[in-house]
Design a binder for this molecule. Structure first.
Ligand code: F6P
Length: 321
């Protein structure tokens, strides 16, 4: 067996990737592997941006947001000839397994690579969207939620000062998890996410009542996947007769030093990933489910859809009507 183990980050960066890289390297050495680092994600795999890991490269990275390995979304990796080139790079260095820290798109790419060349891999879920089937948690979510909370708290200050309505659009791609948890934890009056049908007439009637009872400002948190932010802002102005503003939080949500939670989760996912490869699993994805760490076969991730916890959806539903 080739004992080279390469670690890479791929797709949208998220806080927690760096502690995961550091722990993968340190724990892999203890388990008898020879760790390598792939820079620039899938692009780096093809272009041979692969170096042996040493202490210097992995020191002082634990507290840093983003990924020191950098990331990419490579179209070339769809082409077998480029994947062959990537395989040859690994072969030359004696790398026989990979850990990929990223989202389901990256896992699919690595599974295709496994199908082509039988290079086993372990996946560590990392995306602020928290939309990977089979796991309740993905690295970076807690940090992103805290970034959003901080922004919403600041917006509330100005919203109350000017008696305004604010629509705050958060990321998540097609998933409403970030918006839902942010709305609940910030006490927003409105939350629109793709998973819950909304009724603007009912929201309007509720808020008009509240306005009569002294409500002076409104906070609405909207998932980008609904594409409703601009419409809702206009609607708040027209229907509730309020001065309304839209804030699109954007990429600020992806940055920031990983929270304690993301650092600890990163360590545990990293240990699980190295152990999974040591035990001979060819293509497992690490999971955190109902309080326990485990793994699922890649097919679980590729063949199913992430469903938000129904209990959380129930709590959030009154904010959509
Ligand atoms: O998947 C993470 C994510 O931040 C999504 O929430 C967002 O829709 C997308 O990536 C943004 O992509 P990009 O960084 O390419 O603009």
């Amino acid at each position: 067996m080739k004992n080279g183990l390469a670690i890479m980050t791929s797709g949208g960066d998220s806080a927690g990737m760096n502690p995961a890289v550091k722990c993968c390297v340190e724990y892999a050495i203890k388990q008898g592997f020879r760790p390598f680092l792939v820079y620039d994600g899938l692009r780096g795999l093809i272009d041979d941006h692969i170096v042996e890991a040493d202490r210097e490269r992995c020191s002082g990275i634990l507290h840093r947001g983003g990924t020191i390995l950098r990331s990419s979304r490579s179209k070339r990796f769809y082409d077998i000839e480029f994947r062959r080139q990537a395989y040859q790079n690994l072969e030359q260095k004696g790398i026989g397994q990979l850990i990929v820290i990223g989202g389901d798109g990256s896992f699919r790419a690595l599974n295709q690579f496994y199908a082509d060349f039988e290079v086993p891999f372990a996946g560590i879920p990392a995306t602020i969207d928290n939309d990977i089937p089979g796991t309740d948690y993905c690295l970076g979510v807690d940090t992103a939620l805290n970034m959003i909370r901080q922004s919403v708290d600041s917006i509330r200050d100005t919203a109350t000062s000017f008696s305004r309505a604010f629509v705050i659009e958060v990321m998540g791609r097609h998933c409403g998890y970030l918006a839902m948890v942010s709305a609940l934890s910030s006490g927003a009056e409105i939350c629109l996410i793709p998973e819950i049908p909304y009724d603007l007439d009912l929201i309007g009637a509720r808020l008009m009542d509240e306005k009569k009872n002294g409500r002076a400002y409104v906070l609405a948190i909207v998932a980008e996947g609904t594409r409703m932010s601009e419409h809702l802002t206009r609607w708040l102005s027209d229907s509730l007769n309020m001065d309304a503003r839209l804030t699109v939080l954007g990429h600020v949500q992806r940055g920031g030093s990983p929270t304690v939670h993301d650092r600890i989760m990163a360590y545990k996912f990293a240990v699980a990933a190295v152990d999974s490869l040591r035990e001979g699993n060819p293509n497992a994805i690490m999971t955190f489910r109902e309080g326990s760490f485990g793994s699922v076969p890649i097919e679980t991730v590729t063949s199913s859809k992430y469903n938000i916890d129904p209990a959380l959806l129930k709590l959030c539903a009154p904010l959509s009507s």
